[in-house]
Design a protein around this ligand. Structure first.
Ligand code: SF4
Length: 213
């Protein structure tokens, strides 16, 4: 079976099993909060970020709120998401650029987004997908791991993995791949000791389990 056909079948099985998966597992109310939450989620877990933003977002809601944040106070407020000094600096810089260069509106072009501090293709893809604009596939640690195990890529770099996935999956479903892979990666295809014995992809012979003993 060729990779494109296998990818279609895998996608359909994942959709059947995780039909209610959201586009984003992070909590937010405004676009500014969405972008902040995604930046904070780097090297952290969505659960930890949601715990922090539950309080944080009572205080910070708009682009102005984030751009006017006091660096030292913001560092303390986001500390438990890890790498807090770097993240605090990036969030405040990022929102200052949005305020000064984009009229206070989060830009919705890939090239503009990835020019912002703390925003790479993964973050940009998630922001765009949540605004209904699909330009790529957001590759995080789950997507990268599953893509390698499914033998859709041999790479470790996010950008190269994304390029491989874009060739294999149909464009109309790019926006759903991240959420579905994350769900499967959390429940069954976990990082250590994946549960291949109960995996519905294994039962259908759809996964070569590359790299696993
Ligand atoms: S068969 Fe194993 S390696 Fe493949 S997707 Fe399922 S759990 Fe992951």
């Amino acid at each position: 079976m060729d990779d494109k056909k296998r990818a279609r079948l895998i996608f359909s099985k994942l959709e059947q099993n995780y039909f209610s998966v959201p586009l984003l597992f992070l909590d937010y109310k405004t676009d500014a909060q969405m972008l902040c939450a995604i930046i904070l989620s780097a090297q952290s877990t969505d659960a930890q970020v949601n715990k922090v933003t539950k309080e944080l977002f009572k205080k910070y809601k708009s682009v102005n709120d984030f751009s006017n944040a006091n660096l030292k106070i913001f560092e303390i407020e986001i500390k438990s998401t890890g790498f807090y000094k770097q993240k605090a600096k990036r969030v405040i810089e990022c929102f200052n650029i949005i305020k000064n260069n984009y009229g206070g509106k989060i830009p919705l072009r890939m090239s503009d987004l990835i020019s912002l501090p703390g925003v790479g293709r993964k973050t940009a893809n998630l922001v765009l997908a949540n605004k209904g604009i699909i330009e790529g596939i957001a590759v995080d640690t789950h997507v990268a791991r599953l893509a390698r195990r499914m033998n859709f890529t041999n790479f470790r770099e996010q950008f190269k993995i994304e390029k491989d996935l874009l060739k294999i999956f149909d464009k109309k479903i790019w926006g759903r791949v991240n959420g579905l892979f994350i769900s499967h990666g959390r429940r069954i295809c976990v990082a250590r000791n994946p549960k291949c014995n109960i995996c519905f992809l294994n039962k259908r012979n759809l996964c070569p389990k590359k790299g696993l003993k």
